[in-house]
Write a protein that binds this ligand. Structure first.
Ligand code: BG6
Length: 508
């Protein structure tokens, strides 16, 4: 296939970015991996971009008994920045240790917050980031309330303090509802920020701009023109050192119920009237509600669950899932899940959405691939071209972020010589930068109070409701667990999902 890079007229962009107001960020689980890998570098990035208020502080809270100085060493290793700027950032970082279930810990935190607020001239603007296992969400929010930290004034419009939580948001509908109740005991929905980091990825946000800021795509974005949609999140990584969490989650809870369904809802939702958090989330909920319920009897036909066996990735031998550190050797957890969903509404009736996610596949690739219908009649049939290839629009979420559109064109030379050409927009070539880290976007939005990129409670409830029959069938063991070699592009059972055998998975 020929690739062309169109000449792009670069018209000065129209950008709006609000910088954060004076804020105190309190991180529970401050000595943990997520804090080091994602949260601290993301906040530092905001400072480098001038988006952080100079009145800000980070108060790390965890069980490990260290003080401000040792915490600052951890911060400095995590951010790895230029000396002066990094030192200045570290000076805004503080630490307090204690036991999460002890009220005294929260009294100490409250005292420290009071003192830091007066030092940095901050009023109410607190963000509590719960980077801890979900089992602690209820305990921490109860204790924050008891220590007088869960409220700031009594106005129902008040959005402070804000609480940020990471997935898993429950294991099924019931546990998700319990978790929600525990948070809602002390916080209103507008104070709760549930992170799905895929929503913070630049190219995922671009789905809305692409669809709703261009007049040419929306008219054909429906069953009349689209044949099928494929959403893939493939990883070459395994489970790293997270067997404890992953083995009880599997691909369904880890990726499908959240990231895949979120992307699907952005690709398929109706346009809201304005770009505003609740209007967008209302449309996403409506879309998830219109996905055809999964019937237990059709699961074996429409879904494939599988687990990786030993194989080779990038010339390295990698072990089978069951031989990974801390995974039980009889584990029945899926590391790959693919399925077909239908959406019962006017726009999408009869258009299959093929979804897949898996670990230890050949490559790390996340894409949305939209295949349009073939031309209704080929006037080139007499020249032997019965059925020109359909147009395909590929949204590359990662890596090589961008969008490409394939179409048929005449090739030079003979009178009828047709070939597929790909028009390509490559994010880093055009903008000369790699897309910013999702966590920086999301943390800035928490500080500025924009919930657009965060999952609302009813969205999650609908997503759990949708996947509940899968959870139930997997639990009962009535859906076969297949195996694929680590490093596979695909495998026979994954391909059988297509009823129309002329369609197949897009290559990774
Ligand atoms: C996380 C999952 O939500 O997303 C991980 O828990 C997965 O298992 C990760 O590896 C993938 O994220 P990314 O941004 O690397 O595609």
């Amino acid at each position: 296939m020929k690739k062309i890079s169109p000449k792009v007229e670069y018209i000065p962009p129209f950008c709006i970015e609000n910088s954060a107001p004076a804020t105190g960020v309190v991180i529970f689980g401050a000595s943990g991996d997520l804090t080091k890998r994602k949260i601290l570098p993301a906040i530092y990035q905001l400072q480098k971009q001038g988006l952080l208020n100079e009145n800000f502080y980070i108060l790390g809270c965890a069980r490990t008994d260290i003080g401000d100085d040792s915490f600052r060493k951890i911060v400095s290793q995590a951010i790895d920045g230029n000396k002066k700027q990094a030192k200045d950032f570290c000076n805004h970082c503080f630490y307090i240790s204690g036991q999460y279930d002890r009220p005294e810990f929260y009294q100490d935190i409250a005292k420290r917050i009071l003192q830091l607020d007066s030092q940095y001239n901050i009023k109410c603007a607190h963000v509590f980031y719960l980077s801890v296992p979900p089992i602690l969400f209820g305990t921490i929010s109860d204790n924050l309330d008891n220590a007088g930290l869960a409220h700031c004034g009594s106005s129902p419009e008040e959005t402070y303090p804000r609480i940020v939580i990471e997935k898993p948001f429950g294991r099924d509908i019931e546990s998700a509802a319990k978790l929600d109740d525990a948070l809602h005991r002390h916080f209103r929905e507008k104070q709760i920020y549930r992170i799905d980091h895929y929503l913070g990825k630049e190219t995922v946000q671009n789905i809305l701009m692409f669809r709703f800021a261009n007049a040419i795509f929306e008219p054909i974005w429906n069953r009349n023109y689209i044949d099928n949609v494929q959403i893939t999140i493939a990883e070459s990584l395994g489970i790293e050192h997270r067997a404890g969490y992953y083995d009880s989650a599997g691909a369904l809870r880890d990726m499908f119920q959240n990231h895949i369904i979120q992307i699907l809802s952005l690709v398929a939702m109706e346009p809201p009237a304005i770009f505003e958090a609740n209007q967008i989330r209302d449309e996403k909920v409506k879309l998830i509600e219109s996905i055809r319920p999964i019937l237990p009897e059709s699961i074996e036909k429409d879904f494939v669950r599988a687990q990786y066996s030993a194989g080779t990735i990038d010339d390295q031998n990698v072990p089978a899932y069951i031989d990974e550190e801390d995974v039980p050797n009889d584990s029945q957890t899926e590391t790959f899940l693919a399925g077909k969903l239908m959406i019962d509404n006017w726009r999408w009736k009869d258009v299959p959405f093929y979804l897949r996610t898996g670990k230890r596949l050949a490559k790390r690739v996340s894409t949305v691939v939209i295949t349009f219908k073939k031309v209704p009649h080929s006037m080139f049939a007499s020249s032997g071209i019965d059925s020109p290839q359909p147009n395909v629009l590929t949204i590359r979420i990662q890596p090589q972020e961008g969008i490409s559109l394939s179409f048929q064109a005449k090739r030079p030379g003979s009178k009828t010589c047709m070939g597929t050409i790909q028009m390509d927009f490559d994010y880093s070539t055009l903008f000369g930068v790699t897309p910013p880290e999702a966590y920086s976007r999301l943390l800035l939005d928490v500080m500025t109070g924009d919930q657009t990129l965060f999952a609302r409670s009813d969205e999650l409830a609908q997503a759990w409701k949708l996947v509940d029959p899968l959870l139930d069938t997997f639990r009962k063991g009535t859906c076969p667990l297949y195996h694929y070699h680590a490093g596979s592009q695909s495998f026979a059972q994954a391909d059988q999902i297509f009823t129309d055998k002329s369609i197949g998975w897009c290559p990774l």
